[in-house]
Design a protein around this ligand. Structure first.
Ligand SMILES: O=C(CO)[C@H](O)[C@H](O)COP(=O)(O)O
Length: 214
């Protein structure tokens, strides 16, 4: 069954408790937290203190997305929070296994993220050893961008490669995921849909279960 993750950086930051309550009421599956360093992407994201408080407040599993250079350094700052998943970008290291082992060694599920321009070929050999792949359907860094249709073919490619492996990592998609794009990403094989400003946090709805259809 498809899972839904709320991109919490897109929620009303002054009303985080109420937002988390509404997401719990909607039975959201995960909270997607963007950590950005102003280097890998031209924006800043969430820090460990707020994510730690979110973890204390809610039982919704956390899914941390590191859009940073030097993933080892940044991930180490957040390991103590014990999220469910950690994603790092394939574009930011040559030693994938060093980072995967760091994450898994802390009892956390490991995920590798790729930006829309990055070929699936660069991560095909690690698909057998990860729990999830985050396929960005916009360039990481900013909400409100145009959906990259060309990523659909890459999702199919990942599915095909995984058929021959004894491992089926979840495929998570992030970027302009909404009523228009959801049918296409599901048809292509996506398992986890990140909802941001183009859906759940569009300021037009109050009941978040509207988007979290089971
Ligand atoms: O990671 C992100 C951008 O890097 C956001 O999570 C996401 O893209 C926001 O969703 P939307 O595209 O619907 O505004």
């Amino acid at each position: 069954m498809v899972k839904f993750a709320a991109s919490i950086i897109c929620a009303n930051q002054l009303e985080l408790k109420q937002e988390l309550q509404k997401l719990e009421n909607a039975h959201i599956d995960m909270l997607h937290c963007d950590i950005m360093d102003g280097v890998f992407v031209n924006n800043l994201g969430m820090g460990p203190y707020v994510i730690e408080q979110i973890k204390e407040y809610t039982k919704i599993p956390l899914d941390l997305h590191f859009a940073t250079v030097d993933p080892e350094k940044f991930i180490k700052l957040f390991l103590y929070i014990k999220p469910e998943y950690i994603s790092f970008h394939a574009e930011t290291t040559e030693d994938y296994y060093k980072i995967i082992n760091l994450i898994k060694g802390s009892g956390i599920k490991a995920s590798i993220a790729i930006s829309p321009e990055t070929s699936v070929n660069v991560i095909k050999d690690v698909l057998k050893d990860i729990d999830m792949i985050l396929m960005m359907t916009v360039n990481p860094g900013f909400a409100g961008q145009v959906f990259r249709k060309d990523v659909l073919g890459k999702i199919r490619q990942v599915k095909e490669i995984c058929k021959n492996n004894n491992n089926n990592p979840l495929i998570e998609v992030d970027g302009n995921i909404n009523e228009k794009t959801i049918p296409d990403v599901i048809n292509a094989g996506a398992d986890v849909l990140v909802l941001g400003t183009s859906s759940i946090f569009n300021n037009k709805i109050n009941d978040y279960s509207h988007y979290v259809k089971k």
